[in-house]
Design a binder for this molecule. Structure first.
Ligand SMILES: [Zn+2]
Length: 430
């Protein structure tokens, strides 16, 4: 699965203008999920059943499972032949505490959905479970992910070769495939949602986003969605007649463009976020076909995040195509290790909570387009560790975390904050 609008080293990526890619899917969402989104349900229907499912499965880890997870997994991964891009991502997933709780407690087994043709019959989920179990038992040393690699090669031939691949593509594959493996079937007796969200056009963003999300969940309910998935609302507006078209798209990773500048410029994460959310004019090759004008017209595209996920995955779009050439942007982006405050980007009154995130993992890419090397920096039990394949070391200086190699950023939302306590906590805006 390619992530539209980004291009990585030696990955088979979508070429073309970023605008075109953005117009299709602005969120790095796999095409099949995008089509699932546009098959909605009657508003509000069946939500009692859905909510019940979520409450039952949301925090199933007992206290003992929690402590087991805390001490778990500081363990290297042997390089199986240019597999550092996989190791880098697996280390970050292994540091995703709520995900590890879900797997370590065995709760995932009840959700295995082997009949879903979009999944792997549960094979990848079980292989991932076995791997993180091995890592848990082998703390302080390293394991060779032999079985995981065999299963992966079987399920996803694109990752079977010994070629270097893009860690972002691998991350997207893992999240999407675990989601399909563990997806809950639509609750029985609930009519499936309509096939598009056209009827939401006239609703305000808060109402439309809520209905679109409920519809999405009817066919796409999983622990992975609860944890990682957010939602973006995009609106196109014809600059000739004013006709608008709104889409609501879920995302699991948010691709943040770096602003243009000289290679020496240092950007803030906020600048990248602004770049992602910047209102743009689509024209020329990117013109929009306005259904009212019945012609390709210049249109204004605006983007708004209508749901921030519990675990926020940001990809710095360091790889791009310029004509036939692939480029890597090596600028330093300053991102906060603690207290990434996104409250300024919560535009909906329904999201009255606070959105403050802490970093827990970074997947790094070193080098250029040909080859290069991936490593990870992951927080385990309040200590940062540096994972370079089988080598693991303590990372004592937080300045070693924020480097120009940072590529995929893993943030988890801070729990139990109210607006007042977030303020007194000194949470700073980005
Ligand atoms: Zn028009």
């Amino acid at each position: 699965m390619a992530i539209l609008g980004s291009a990585g080293p030696r990955g088979s990526m979508v070429a073309g203008s970023p605008h075109r890619a953005l117009r299709r899917v602005s969120t790095g969402l796999p095409p099949r999920s995008a089509s699932a989104l546009s098959s909605p349900a009657t508003p509000g229907m069946g939500m009692a059943a859905l909510s019940r499912t979520f409450t039952e499965t949301r925090f199933h880890a007992s206290a003992s499972a929690f402590s087991e997870v805390d001490s778990h997994g500081v363990c290297g991964l042997k390089n199986m032949g240019n597999s550092c891009y996989q190791n880098s991502i697996l280390q970050c997933l292994n540091g995703t505490v709520p995900l590890m709780r879900y797997f370590a407690s065995g709760a995932f087994k009840a959700h295995l959905n082997p009949k879903n043709p979009l999944g792997t019959g549960g094979q990848l989920s079980v292989a991932f479970f076995n791997l993180v179990q091995d890592m848990s038992r082998s703390s302080g040393t390293f394991v060779a992910p032999v079985q995981f690699r065999d299963v992966l090669a079987n399920c996803a031939p694109q990752f079977a070769s010994y070629d270097q691949q893009d860690s972002q593509e691998f991350l997207a594959y893992m999240l999407d495939t675990l989601h399909e493996d563990l997806k809950r079937p639509p609750p029985p007796g609930i009519p499936l949602p309509p096939s598009d969200n056209d009827d939401l056009e006239s609703l305000d963003a808060a109402t439309g986003a809520h209905i679109a999300w409920d519809r999405y969940l009817v066919k796409n309910s999983s622990f992975l969605v609860e944890l990682f998935q957010g939602q973006v609302r995009s609106q196109l507006r014809c600059l000739t007649c004013g006709k608008t078209s709104v889409t609501y798209a879920p995302f699991m990773t948010m691709p943040l463009p770096l602003p243009s500048g000289s290679p020496r410029d240092v950007f803030s994460l906020e600048q990248c976020l602004h770049e992602y959310l910047r209102t743009e004019i689509l024209e020329g090759d990117d013109a929009w076909r306005c259904p009212q004008c019945q012609a390709f017209v210049a249109a204004e595209k605006s983007t708004q995040v209508t749901r921030w996920p519990e675990v926020l995955l940001l990809t710095l779009k360091r790889f791009s195509y310029v004509g036939p050439f692939r480029n890597k942007v090596g600028n330093l982006v300053q991102f906060p290790v603690r207290s990434l405050n996104l409250n300024a980007y919560v535009g909906l009154p329904s999201q009255a909570d606070t959105y403050v995130y802490d970093l827990y993992g970074v997947s790094n890419h070193f080098g250029g387009m040909d080859g290069g090397h991936y490593t990870a920096i992951v927080n385990h039990g309040n200590a940062w560790h540096y994972f370079d394949d089988s080598r693991v070391s303590k990372c004592d200086d937080e300045r070693d975390i924020v480097t120009p190699a940072a590529y995929n950023l893993f943030y988890v939302r801070r729990q139990g904050l109210t607006g007042a306590s977030a303020a007194s906590n000194g949470a700073s805006k980005l």
